[in-house]
Design a protein around this ligand. Structure first.
Ligand SMILES: *Cc1c(COP(=O)(O)O)cnc(C)c1O
Length: 465
């Protein structure tokens, strides 16, 4: 311990960066490359805005990391955490105990989820939630006397977290390339990405075709070996890929036909992001399990979990015996107290309805206008998540050489102009806080347009566009 450590706010940006480089290994980061330029240090936030250590104000069009659904600085969440820290900062739910916030949150989640969900298993994050999914899906078939049903089908370019099981369920080839993933018993099929795979077909035709790749995969693996299918209602980290309307109902039909469990990873889509409480409601399907995290506490404190549908809960409760699985922080009382305050705030402010009937359609209208920009080949949004596909040739729909990293060039202009937008390859994506107003959407879209213009100018100067 350094006894003369300065209070954090008195350090300069350069001092922060030096200490950061010396000691802090960041997630999903090329450590050496970051050390050569230094981190941007974020020091405070309010509403939909962040401030960095240089005092620059930034519009956070990514809600932190898809999680700050109610925006920054909400007193109700701060008060809930403070009160619970004083009352009971921690107790576990092992050994036949429980705490009031965990019980009340379980009850409230049962109320706001689709009717088949009456039970929850808590974790500390989305990745852990998906570890629980793998354990529970396999245990379910074990208890039913069909242990050979252990294969889980997922999709390429899916994101289901970064633990060994989460990264295995995910379909990111660059993650699989490190550490010998995926683990056995997880297979991947192609994603429903119309812009890339749907040429010459209508979105609806392509949606049916892409869903039927599931049936082909089931027949390839063997129907008696498949335990479950998992998917994000709308792929998030993969680039906000909104599937055609025909996709999910057909996936549901195929799962029903073979008796396969259907898992919806709602870590991004849950808690109002798509204009309904749950992405499966927007996309029209009825899952047996739902993973959640991020928006459950609006990111103020870590929490995740799995909603367990009656089909599985009845088997696990009535016939399962002890489920040999759990986390120290399953049902953490402070996290659950913050989640309760967060959900009640979303309810009180009518944020889900606001996204569905007001700000979501308003954003969609503006995104449509952005698709006229010379660099944009496709603009898609659902609720308050959206993507702009950068293209080289608009009429032919061809993309830039990936090695040019045009998305990163655009992200650099966003950074320089006080806007946080994320680049996934050459897809620029947003997911702003659900409290964003129409006037703030106008500001955000004006900033996006400015950054696209700057990117185009930059590419023209380099002779690339
Ligand atoms: C972020 C994310 C996860 C992983 O959640 P963590 O809290 O980062 O472990 C899982 N699934 C989806 C769809 C996500 O977006």
């Amino acid at each position: 311990m350094n006894a003369v450590l300065q209070p954090p706010s008195t350090r300069t940006t350069a001092e922060w960066q030096a200490a950061d480089t010396a000691h802090y290994l960041h997630p999903f980061t090329d450590f050496k490359a970051l050390a050569s330029k230094g981190s941007r240090v974020i020091t405070r936030a309010d509403n939909i805005y962040l401030w960095d250590s240089e005092g620059a104000k930034i519009l956070d069009a990514m809600s932190g990391l898809w999680c700050v659904n109610v925006g920054y600085g909400q007193q109700a969440l701060i008060d809930a955490a403070t009160a619970q820290l004083k009352q009971l900062p921690f107790y576990n739910s092992f050994f036949q105990t429980a705490t009031p916030p965990a019980i009340e949150l379980a009850e409230l989640l049962a109320e706001i989820t689709p009717p088949q969900f009456n039970h929850v298993f808590f974790s500390g994050s989305g990745s852990e939630g998906n570890d629980t999914v793998v354990r529970m899906v396999r245990r379910y078939w074990d208890v039913l006397g069909q242990p050979e049903r252990s294969v889980i089908i997922s999709r390429k370019n899916a994101y289901h977290g970064s633990t060994v099981a989460g990264a295995s369920l995910g379909g990111m080839s660059y993650m699989h390339a490190q550490g010998g993933l995926p683990i056995p018993g997880i297979v991947h099929m192609e994603q429903p990405f119309w812009f890339v795979h749907g040429h010459g077909k209508t979105r609806d035709e392509f949606g049916l075709e892409a869903a039927r790749w599931l049936e082909a995969k089931i027949l390839e693996v063997g129907p008696d070996k498949v335990a479950a299918f998992i998917g994000e209602p709308v792929q998030g980290a993969g680039g906000v890929i909104v599937p055609p309307a025909t996709y999910w109902p057909e996936i549901q039909r195929i799962c029903d036909k073979y008796g396969i469990l259907l898992v919806s990873d709602e870590v991004i889509c849950g808690f109002g992001r798509t204009g309904q409480w749950w992405g499966c409601e927007t996309m029209g399907f009825r899952p047996d399990l739902m993973t959640f995290a991020k928006g459950v506490t609006s990111g103020y404190i870590p929490l995740g979990g799995v909603m367990v549908g009656d089909r599985i809960a009845r088997v696990m409760i009535d016939q399962g015996g002890e489920f040999e699985h759990g986390y120290t922080y399953s049902g953490h009382p402070v996290a659950c107290a913050v989640a309760l305050a967060n959900i009640r705030l979303i309810q009180r402010e009518g944020l889900v309805d606001k996204v569905r009937t007001d700000t979501g359609p308003y954003l969609a209208e503006h995104f449509k206008a952005l698709s006229e920009h010379p660099l944009i080949g496709e603009a898609q949004s659902v609720g308050l998540m959206g993507a702009l596909q950068i293209v080289k040739d608009k009429s032919a729909g061809t993309c830039f050489d990936p090695s040019l990293e045009v998305g990163m060039i655009c992200r650099g202009h966003c950074f320089a102009n006080g806007l946080i937008m994320r680049a996934v390859g050459d897809r620029m994506i947003i997911a702003p806080p659900l409290i964003i107003t129409r006037a703030q959407i106008d500001d955000m879209v004006a900033l996006i347009r400015l950054c696209l213009d700057a990117t185009l100018h930059d590419l023209q100067q380099r002779g690339l566009a």
